[in-house]
Design a protein around this ligand. Structure first.
Ligand code: NDP
Length: 442
C-alpha cells in the first residue's frame, strides 16, 4: 500500500461516520500524490498523518432561553485544525445541519485556502447546530452570548480568530464580540467581520463574492474570455451570493438565478439586486417574495438553478448542492466556467464531469478565499489601530485573488496539467503548510 493509501485508510478508520470530512480529505490526498510521492520527506515526517488530525477539537454545551422562558440546549464546536503558518482562522456556522463531520471538513479545507492567500493564517472552523431561522432578536442575542461565554476560553487575537459563515453575519459577530470583550476586558481583533464602528474592515462584507468573481475573471482571461456579456447562474442569496451577483453585474454579466433553502428564482431580464437585498438583508425574508415583486421573474419550489442555461455557474449556498446530474445538465447547456463560492458545493462526481468536459473549474479553496483574505486584512488593521479605505482593501483583495490564481495555475502546470485548478490549488496550498510543519517538527 502506498503512503497515501495507508494514511487514507487510517483516517477513514479513525473518523467513521464523517462523510463530508472524508470527502474533503480524499480530494486533497488524491491530488497531492505527485508531490508526496516525489520525495520521502513527507512520509518520514508523517506530514499527512499530522495534517489530517486537528490540533484540537472543542465541543461544548450552549444553553440559552427562548422567548417563552424555556431553557434550550445546542452543541457548539471549534476545530483548531492547524496553526503551522499562523493563528487558527475560519468562520462560525449556525445551521441545524452542523455536526462534527461538517465542521471538520470546513476546518480542513481552511488550512489550504488560508495558505493560498499568502497571508499568515492557520486553519480552523466552528459553529453550532442552532437554527437562527425564525428566532427573535433576543433569542439570537442570548444564544450568541452563551456561545461566546465558552468559546472565549479558547480563542484570542494571536491564537484563534473566528469570523462569519452560514447564519453568522454582522449582527451575530457583534453580539459575540460584545460578550468576548466583557469577559476578557480586552479590545482586540479576536473576531473578524465586525461592524465598521468597532474595528471592522471596509469591503469585508463584499470580499468573498467579489473575490470569487475576480478569480473567475482571471480564469476566463487565461482562456481569452471574460465575464462581460455572460449569462450567470448563482445559487444562494446570502452574503456570498449577493456580492458575487453585484460584481458580475459591475463587470457586465447578467445574473439570472438566485435561491434559498425553500426554492429558486429565474429572472430572464437579470436579477434586480436592490430587491434581493431588501428581502434578504433588511427583511430577512424568503427569495419567493422576489417573484411577487418583480413581474419578469418565475419562482420554483422544486428543481435547482442549474437547469437554467448559462455560460458561468457560481454555486454560493452550501456543500454538495451541485451533483453529477446537475453537472451533466450544465455541460449539455454549454457552461464555460464554474467558480465555487460556497465550500465544497460540487460533489466529487460533478467535478469529474466538469473536468472531463473541459469546463473551466475553480475549486472553493481558491475561489472563495477572498473572504478570509480580507479577514486577515481586518486583523492587520486592528493590530495597527488603523482603518484603510474601501479602495485600498478592494485593491489588495484583487491582488490577492490574482496571486492565488497564478499560484494555482503554476502548480497545475508543474504537477498535473494546465488548467487543472483542483490539483493546482491543493498542491500550492499544501506545499507551504507542509514545509512549515517539517521545519517546526511538531
Ligand atoms: P449565508 O447564511 O449568508 O447564506 C447562505 C445561503 O445559502 C442562503 O441563501 C441559504 O438559504 C442557502 N443555504 C444554506 N444552507 C442551505 C441548504 N442546506 N440548502 C439550500 N440552501 C442553503 O451564508 P454565506 O453566504 O456566508 O455562505 C454561503 C457559502 O459560502 C457557505 O458554504 C460558506 O461556507 C461559504 N463561504 C462563506 C464565506 C463568507 O465570507 N461568508 C467565506 C468563504 C466561504 P436559507 O436562507 O434558506 O438558509
Amino acid at each position: 500500500m502506498s503512503y497515501i493509501e495507508e494514511v487514507r485508510a487510517a483516517v477513514a478508520a479513525r473518523n467513521a461516520g464523517q462523510p463530508e470530512f472524508m470527502q474533503a480529505v480524499d480530494e486533497v490526498l488524491n491530488t497531492i500524490r505527485p508531490v508526496v510521492e516525489s520525495d520521502d520527506v513527507y512520509k518520514r515526517n508523517a506530514v499527512l498523518e499530522r495534517i489530517t488530525e486537528p490540533d484540537r477539537q472543542i465541543m461544548f454545551r450552549v444553553p440559552w432561553t427562548d422567548d417563552n422562558g424555556n431553557m434550550r440546549v445546542n452543541r457548539g464546536y471549534r476545530i483548531q485544525f492547524n496553526n503551522a503558518i499562523g493563528p487558527y482562522k475560519g468562520g462560525l456556522r449556525l445551521h441545524p445541519s452542523v455536526n462534527l463531520s461538517i465542521i471538520k471538513f470546513l476546518g480542513f479545507e481552511q488550512i489550504f485556502k488560508n495558505s493560498l492567500t499568502g497571508l499568515p493564517i492557520g486553519g480552523g472552523k466552528g459553529g453550532s447546530d442552532f437554527d437562527p431561522k425564525g428566532k427573535s432578536e433576543r433569542e439570537i442575542r442570548d444564544f450568541c452570548h452563551s456561545f461566546m461565554t465558552e468559546l472565549s476560553r479558547h480563542i484570542g487575537a494571536d491564537t484563534d480568530v473566528p469570523a462569519g459563515d452560514i447564519g453568522v453575519g454582522g449582527r451575530e459577530i457583534g453580539y459575540m464580540y460584545g460578550q468576548y470583550k466583557r469577559i476578557k476586558n480586552l479590545y482586540e481583533g479576536v473576531l473578524t467581520g465586525k461592524g465598521l464602528t468597532y474595528g471592522g474592515s471596509l469591503a469585508r462584507t463584499e470580499a468573498t463574492g467579489y473575490g470569487l468573481v475576480y478569480i473567475t475573471e482571471n480564469m476566463l482571461a487565461a482562456a481569452n474570455d471574460g465575464i462581460k456579456g455572460k449569462t450567470v447562474a448563482i445559487s444562494g442569496s446570502g452574503n456570498v451570493a449577493i456580492y458575487a451577483a453585484q460584481k458580475v453585474q459591475t463587470l457586465g454579466g447578467k445574473v439570472v438565478t438566485m435561491s434559498d433553502s425553500n426554492g429558486w428564482i429565474y429572472d430572464p431580464n437579470g436579477i434586480d439586486l436592490a430587491v434581493v437585498k431588501d428581502i434578504k438583508e433588511v427583511k430577512r425574508g424568503r427569495i419567493k417574495e422576489y417573484a411577487d415583486r418583480v413581474k419578469s421573474a418565475e419562482y420554483h419550489d422544486s428543481g435547482k438553478v442549474w437547469q437554467v442555461k448559462c455560460d458561468v455557474a457560481l454555486p454560493c449556498a452550501t456543500q454538495n448542492e451541485l451533483d453529477e446530474n446537475d453537472a451533466h445538465t450544465l455541460v449539455k447547456n454549454k457552461v464555460k466556467a464554474v467558480g465555487e463560492g460556497a465550500n465544497m458545493p460540487s460533489t466529487t462526481e460533478a467535478i469529474n464531469v466538469f473536468q472531463a468536459a473541459n469546463v473551466l473549474f475553480m475549486p472553493a479553496k481558491a475561489a472563495n478565499a477572498g473572504g478570509v483574505a480580507v479577514s486577515a486584512l481586518e486583523m492587520s488593521q486592528n493590530s495597527q489601530r488603523l482603518a484603510w479605505t474601501f479602495d485600498e482593501v478592494d485593491g489588495k483583495l484583487k491582488g490577492i485573488m490574482k496571486g492565488i490564481f497564478d499560484k494555482t495555475a503554476e502548480a497545475a502546470k508543474l504537477y498535473s496539467k494546465p488548467a487543472d485548478y483542483v490539483s493546482g490549488a491543493n498542491i500550492a496550498g499544501f506545499l507551504k503548510v507542509a514545509q512549515a510543519m517539517i521545519a517546526q517538527g511538531v
